[in-house]
Design a protein around this ligand. Sequence first.
Ligand code: NAP
Length: 248
Amino acid sequence: MNKVALVTGGSRGIGAATVKQLAAAGYAVCINYVTNQAAALQLVDEILKDGGHAIAVQADVSKEDEVVRLFADIDRQLGRIDALVNNAGILLPQCRVEDFTADRINRLLTTNVTGYFLCCREAVRRMSTKHGGIGGSIVNVSSAASRLGSANEYVDYAATKGAVDTLTKGLSVEVAGEGIRVNCVRPGLIYTTMHADGGEANRVERLKTGVPMQRGGTPDEVASAITFLLSDAASFITGSFVDVSGGR
Ligand code: NAP
């Protein structure tokens, strides 16, 4: 029987690249998205044409009832869940701390932190041997920003990724004896449209000379690390962090 994976924010960018690699590796994949139904459905079509299995489910991961509905949809349509990629994240326009508002900070926190916690909760309830599950694997997508702090750009976004790192460490220990591995990838400067949401579409080009490898990364390069950490090839790896950032 095929393993089942959920990729939150799987419609575009790093999430979409991960969906493609997991489908190619034989997973049935649930592609979660929040607004871009066209992108999610196109990806489903591509995977079905290649002989794979995928569904698309709309849900805002920052909302508890929608996360509960997302996992119930997976139960109903795919029958189980073996892998969770917590990837859905947002970035807001570049801004210094002295100009932040509570509304801005809370928007980032609810999507990038609350959403990750809620999806982990639902996954653990299904995967944990303590709850009658057969185990599973979780990969949280953090950011090099959690180490670097994103001064003068988005310290609030960076702090949400610090929380993702802590979630990874704590949860990995909590469920290590229950058949669940929890790991984290921290991408650096990756070519996706997220930087446009931060107010600077060409940000990777501007900053790439500061990367030891002198270039930005591709969504596929991040997806490869995620796919490895989910796989049985990583069977003794938990609570680990893989920096996919060209040495920065
Ligand atoms: P992206 O291209 O902007 O795609 C974001 C994805 O998240 C989309 O699929 C979007 O769905 C989904 N999404 C946003 N808010 C959501 C919500 N509330 N509920 C459900 N889905 C939601 O982003 P990306 O660059 O691939 O980034 C993916 C992850 O990598 C994020 O966690 C980001 O922080 C992290 N990261 C990215 C970089 C980088 O340089 N790109 C670097 C470090 C870390 P729709 O298509 O429906 O809008």
